[in-house]
Design a protein around this ligand. Structure first.
Ligand code: ZN
Length: 138
């Protein structure tokens, strides 16, 4: 890593969250899903909150989502992380109740809107692939 590269706080991974933070290596956004009742389980947990099945595991989703809410951060919290940047919650197309906290990239922060269709892109930091979202190209 370059010494002056943006220093994002890195997530701590465990058995359940590992797939979410590393699926980007294959270009896949991995979301936990219950094999029994097909509910998406996010944040990842070792059992399904709907039916309590322990048959849960990561499955790739389309990576398409919609901006549910966002704020533009103008404050430089971290040396090297350029401001302004957009902190958002996005709803997955597969299930809008699954909301991911993320950053919106690839667009002027002032142009981000609620309801904007976005798609996943990944930023590699060390051995993790952080899911970010950018405006859809299609
Ligand atoms: Zn279930």
């Amino acid at each position: 890593m370059q010494p002056d590269a943006p220093q994002r706080p890195l997530p701590v991974t465990n058995e359940d969250t590992h797939a979410f933070w590393t699926g980007g290596e294959r270009g896949e956004l991995m979301i936990y899903r219950c094999e029994n009742c097909r509910t998406y389980v996010h944040p990842p947990a070792p059992f399904c909150p709907e039916c309590e099945s322990r048959k849960v595991g990561p499955e790739p989703v389309s990576g398409k989502a919609t901006v549910a809410t966002f704020t533009v951060n103008h404050r430089q919290w971290l040396p090297g992380l350029p401001v302004p940047y957009v902190v958002a919650l996005v709803e997955l197309d597969e299930d809008p109740t699954v909301r991911l906290p993320t950053n919106i990239v690839g667009i002027d922060p002032e142009k981000v809107t609620i309801g904007m269709p976005v798609e996943v892109t990944f930023e590699q930091v060390e051995d993790l692939f952080l899911p970010m979202f950018q405006p859809r190209k299609d």
